[in-house]
Design a protein around this ligand. Structure first.
Ligand code: SF4
Ligand code: SF4
Length: 83
């Protein structure tokens, strides 16, 4: 199979994944957050801000989220869910 054929053959699967990801949302539980900033460091599109005075993360720019799951995986306090 050449590259172009492989691309077209894989397109339905890409669309299925994209449709699923679009429905996922971040749920942030600030009471669990200990302000370690792993989410801030991990997010590739800048959805998290450190509130250094309050020792909490702030989730903002949620519309930018690409549902990559990096913040969920990095958070040591289970303060973030993607569902
Ligand atoms: S799921 Fe990915 S893009 Fe969305 S907030 Fe977390 S790290 Fe950022
Ligand atoms: S990684 Fe988790 S505990 Fe650390 S600042 Fe982000 S949400 Fe809070």
């Amino acid at each position: 199979m050449n590259r172009e054929t492989t691309f077209w053959a894989s397109l339905p699967e890409h669309w299925r994944i994209a449709r699923t990801l679009r429905r996922l949302q971040i749920y942030f539980y600030p009471l669990k957050c200990k302000g370690v900033w792993e989410c801030y460091e991990a997010c590739p599109v800048g959805c998290w801000m450190p509130d250094r005075a309050g020792h909490k993360a702030i989730f903002r720019e949620g519309e930018r989220c690409i549902a990559c799951g990096a913040c969920v995986l990095q958070c040591p306090e289970d303060a973030i869910e993607l569902r």
